[in-house]
Ligand binder design. Sequence first.
Ligand code: HEM
Length: 476
Amino acid sequence: MPELWGSFLGRSDTGYWDTYIRSLCFQLQPPDETGGLKWTDEMSAEYVYGFPIWFGPVGYLNISHPEYAKTILATAEPKDDIVYRFVKPWIGDGLLVSHGQKWFRNRRLLTPAFHFGVLQPYTRLFSDSTNIMMANWKQLGAGASINVFEHVSLMTLDSMLKCALTVDSNCQVDSKQNPYVAAVYGLTMLTLQRFLLFPLHSDLIYYLTPMGYRFWRLCRVVHQHSETVIRDRREALKNEQVQDLDQRRKYLDFLDILLKTKDEDGNGLSDAEIRDEVDTFMFEGHDTTASGLSWTLYNLARHPEHQARCRQEACSVLGGRSEVTGADLSNLPYITMCIKESMRLHTTVPGIARKLTKPITFPDGKSLPPGSLVGISAWNIHHNPHVWEDPKVYDPSRFLPENCKGRHSHAFLPFSAGPRNCIGQHFAMNELKTAVALIVQSFQLAVDENYMPKGMMSLVLKATEPGLFLKVTPLD
Ligand code: HEM
């Protein structure tokens, strides 16, 4: 073992003991407020390609270089069962966690749901959700300080329910009234709490606590809701009421596509599979986009010069319109650059993990045996000074086409890469662009000096307590 890890660290076996002792020291200290982001940044500045992180006797190779990430992400190796097992009782064996033949078949069946033509009409739904959120902001009065994540995550959940199930939940007006929305919200919070509290990682302990009981109860609420919506839609499909509905709403939602899709043998997805996929979209599709949007708004608030340029672009494309169209999306290059730079600096999904089933050899000839656990830290890659110049500086011009030339294909990994990349990335980018354009057209954003947020490691990047606050002032 010391030889294996030592060879990776380029310091013979002294590297092994160095990282082992530093992992232990880190874990024995009271948890730092960033949940480890700062510590791993320091380690990755020292160990260019990656370094082991130890949880007792279990070691992960934490990859912090694009070349190593490329080797792992080219494979369809299964996810490790350590982090995603917290959400499995909620999302079942959906696309995010399934593997092997099941994943391969379902990825193919789900891909049409994310085609350009299917996504285009959703911009109207994203616009509606953003307008409701902005109406709430206006009621708070000029310069109100808001906890952005709270507002934005209800907005993205609202959009997701409209696009996936054609459910108008009214959740931004009254989030507590709708039991399904309250349950999704509660499950997201409980998953974060469990991730951060190490003793709750044990199933035995967790399900004996009130939190574990609440998690289990909320899973039942969510599952029953999904099952009812699926059953009702199947019935409607049989009675051809859906065609009427399609004509009225003029778009297909994800559920329509999941119900109609068939493999080459003519077999579709079972109701249980559809439930898992719907629940996966709810979990993976709303909190991630909420994090991406919250940190983008924060970075624009911190940098009024970039905010002003985004506003100029939004005003010239939208001309005061309150609805973004599919055609507008390709005319927002500066806003797109600001979003991407935000997703680099405040990496939305800081890390993902795999468990190797086969040996793997990196381009420099170093190998890992089957059974090895590997973490791909997009956060560390995005902050690696050997990969990005001045990585801590927010500079959207990094994403000008001329500045992207010659950059490593895996230097920027907000949506991962390879066969298991994010299936929802175009959906997410469309929603982010729509929301940012509408917000900067109508609001001035400023940081609230009383609360300067720090990023905190979790499944998606959140802000440390008390949250991410911004002052929002309506523009005339
Ligand atoms: C800013 C928003 C988003 C970010 C940053 C993001 C990021 C990611 C990342 C990093 C992965 C790889 C996870 C892993 O390998 O363990 C992933 C996978 C996935 N994402 Fe997203 N995501 C976003 C939005 C969405 C949306 C809106 C949806 C659905 C509508 C979605 C659905 C999925 C699914 C189903 C997978 C699993 C794909 C597979 O394994 O085949 N994501 N996402």
